[in-house]
Design a protein around this ligand. Structure first.
Ligand code: S3P
Length: 447
């Protein structure tokens, strides 16, 4: 531990939740009327979602403090005049694909180099089972994706979906309701299928191996969709009437995670993080940090925009290693890089398993975390589904390659704080994806 480091003291807020911000734009666009969203995350990923929906004919006002999405109803999107660029955002790509599969026009989805190497077969397969026409243009199971939702024939096009079903047209152009047994616990896959299900001819359900984040289920039901959840299965009925609403986005627990870790690691620290989303499908970091001996109080619990939120008071703690695996993994998947950093400050061994999904995030996070931790002097072994970290050894400064992965840049900024000597982070500006003011907040807290 860097002995010269001053304790982190103070009260902060973190930006709006990324997953919830994306969904507010998407569902607002498909609802009738104007959806007002406060505390929207102005990160590059969510701006990609706004950009895509503007190209689909939706007017979106982005003013300081509020965005207004002028929704046109479930069937109100119009053909885009150019390719839809989802930037670095997996959530935009996978969720929008489900919506586009049900539209009466063609579209092409593409994104940056990272997006073009991330697996899309996981949505192509179930959408194809639903009778969607979606192909990976390079044939490698990745974006660019061509989606041909335009197979509505002349006879059927003027009719509503219910009327079309009654016509029992010989053309096989409907999306079909399916029950999909997902091989992965992925909210992006689940949401993609449920969104396509709104355009299907029968109910659609998705069963996951473990429950992933349930923001789609909560928010779509709030917009008026007929959506039910039981255990790890969510079911949606077709052709809902979605109505505009107001959404106040809670602070993102994935962004709070960096300051939770920093406060736990730096002696003498005490940080209050206000208004953080603590949805049980996202709060794994709190459970793990407490199991490691972390002093975290959850204060002022309330419901905001249909989601549980609270203030988190985090105090420096003496930590010990833990085992992290099984059902908790989807609830902290994005926090594992910073949890790995935290494990370096804990006495004993931390074992992370069942986390093979880390390999297909913005970077291969098993590799990018273990290589960068090793560069800082940590004792870490990469495994196929996680990593093993022997904590309690001092870290030293190093040159860190973020691989332009925002969560790697932020996690290693926290590691750098606790290390002896200077650290350089290559591609540090990629934090703009989810937390444009990250360094300002860190600087303010460090005095
Ligand atoms: C997200 C789901 C998760 C998460 C991502 C955001 C979402 O991805 O890692 O950052 O908003 O649905 P997977 O669905 O691939 O697990």
């Amino acid at each position: 531990m860097n002995q010269k480091l001053k304790p982190l003291k103070g009260e902060i807020t973190v930006p709006g939740d990324k997953s919830i911000s994306h969904r507010a734009v998407m569902f607002g666009a498909l609802a009738q009327g104007t959806t007002e969203v406060t505390n929207f995350l102005q990160g590059a990923d969510c701006l990609s979602t706004i950009d895509c929906f503007r190209k689909l004919g939706i007017s979106i006002e982005n003013t300081p403090g509020q965005i207004r999405v002028h929704g046109k109803g479930l069937h109100g999107l119009t053909a885009p005049y150019e390719m839809l660029d989802t930037g670095n955002s997996g959530t935009t790509t996978r969720l929008i694909a489900g919506i586009l599969a049900g539209q009466p026009f063609e579209s092409v989805l593409t994104g940056d180099a990272s997006i073009q190497s991330r697996p899309m077969k996981r949505i192509i397969d179930p959408l194809t089972q639903m009778n969607a026409d979606i192909v990976s243009l390079k044939g490698n199971g990745c974006a660019p994706l061509h989606i041909n939702g335009s197979r509505f024939c002349q006879t059927c096009a003027p009719f509503s979906m219910k009327e079309q079903a009654a016509l029992s047209c010989a053309e096989n152009h409907f999306l079909h309701g399916i029950h999909y047994q997902s091989p992965v616990a992925s909210a992006q896959v689940k949401s993609c299928i449920l969104l396509a299900g709104m355009y299907a001819d029968a109910p659609t359900s998705v069963t996951e191996p473990q429950l992933s984040r349930n923001h789609t289920e909560l928010m779509l039901a709030g917009f008026g969709a007929d959506l039910t959840s039981e255990g790890t299965t969510a079911t949606i009925l077709p052709d809902p009437k979605l109505e505009a609403r107001k959404i106040d986005v809670p602070g993102d627990i994935s962004s709070a995670a960096y300051f939770i870790a920093a406060a736990l690691m730096v002696p003498g620290s005490e940080v209050l993080i206000k208004n953080v989303g603590i949805n049980p499908t996202r709060d794994g970091i709190l459970r793990v940090a407490r199991a490691m001996g972390g002093d975290i109080s959850v204060l002022n619990k309330k419901i905001s925009g249909g989601e549980p939120t609270a203030d988190l008071l985090v105090k420096y703690s003496s930590l010990h290693g833990v085992r992290i695996g099984g059902d908790i993994i989807p609830t902290l998947i994005d926090e594992l890089p910073v949890i790995a950093v935290l494990a370096c400050a804990a006495q004993g061994v931390t074992v992370i398993s069942d986390a093979q999904e880390l390999k297909v995030k913005e970077s291969n996070r098993i590799d990018t975390v273990s290589e960068n931790l090793a560069a800082m002097g940590a004792r870490v072994a990469a495994a196929d589904d996680g990593m093993i970290i022997e904590g309690g050894r001092p870290l030293h400064g190093a040159v860190i390659d973020s691989h332009r992965d925002h969560r790697i840049a932020m996690s290693f900024s926290i590691a750098a704080l606790a290390a002896e000597g200077g650290t350089e982070i290559i591609g540090a500006d990629c934090v703009r994806i989810s937390y444009p003011n990250f360094y300002e907040t860190l600087r303010a807290l460090c005095g």
